[in-house]
Design a protein around this ligand. Structure first.
Ligand SMILES: O=P(O)(O)OC[C@H]1O[C@H](OP(=O)(O)OP(=O)(O)O)[C@H](O)[C@@H]1O
Ligand SMILES: Nc1ncnc2[nH]cnc12
Length: 192
């Protein structure tokens, strides 16, 4: 097997084939949820087990190559929850939730932020992450970077060591990755 291949998927496909499969599974909806926004819909990825496995395989391949040790995967509400637990299982590690405000019980810490189409506030339970833990953050999509940047702030307040920010989709023209520096962003599919 070459380094271009990974073993986890039932079918042996190159990483490029997996990326192509994934790209073919993302739909676009112009003017949703408001005029001028092209909504990138990942629901077909979830409907197709091969596409879903391809996404998890691609994230896993990146993390295995870059990081010898990861303690936790943190997922962003709500679509980060769809991919994070499967990825965490591949590494035998835990998954923690970063949720929209008002959804988590017990002591929490929160940060507000701006979205491509609105404003929001996210929070984490204060005991979700221990100081020094090596955390990877995951979401479906990076647009302005407001959500991911707020998640980084939350995790930094809990003194986590943020290894990387993972997204299926990056909307390059919105320059979200610049907002996240110096944290590395790993993206499976880029769009303008
Ligand atoms: O980079 P940003 O400009 O912050 O935008 C990206 C965020 O926006 C979307 O979530 P949304 O807030 O729409 O919530 P949802 O996942 O609950 O639909 C998306 O899933 C990301 O979390
Ligand atoms: N264009 C977009 N498509 C899907 N989810 C998004 N979240 C923020 N912008 C988005």
């Amino acid at each position: 097997m070459t380094s271009e291949e990974v073993t986890c998927s039932p079918v042996r496909m190159s990483l490029l084939d997996k990326q192509a499969l994934l790209r073919g599974s993302v739909r676009e909806f112009p003017d949703f949820p408001s005029p001028g926004i092209i909504f990138r819909d990942i629901t077909p990825v979830l409907r197709d087990p091969a596409a879903f496995s391809a996404a998890i395989d691609l994230f896993e391949a990146y993390l295995r190559e870059k990081f010898p040790k990861i303690d936790l995967i943190a997922g962003l509400d709500s679509r980060g929850f769809l991919f994070g637990p499967s990825l965490a299982q591949r590494f035998g590690i835990g998954f923690v939730l970063i949720r929209k405000k008002g959804k988590l019980p017990g002591p929490t810490e929160s940060v507000s932020y701006s979205l491509e189409y609105g404003k929001a506030e996210i929070e984490i339970q204060t005991d979700a992450v221990d100081p020094g833990q090596k955390v990877v953050i995951i979401d479906d999509l990076l647009a302005t970077g407001g959500t991911m940047s707020a998640a980084c702030q939350l995790l930094q307040r809990r003194q986590a060591d943020i290894l990387a920010c993972l997204v299926l989709i990056e909307l390059k023209s919105l320059k979200g990755a610049e907002k996240l520096k110096p944290h590395p962003v790993h993206t499976l599919l880029e769009y303008d």
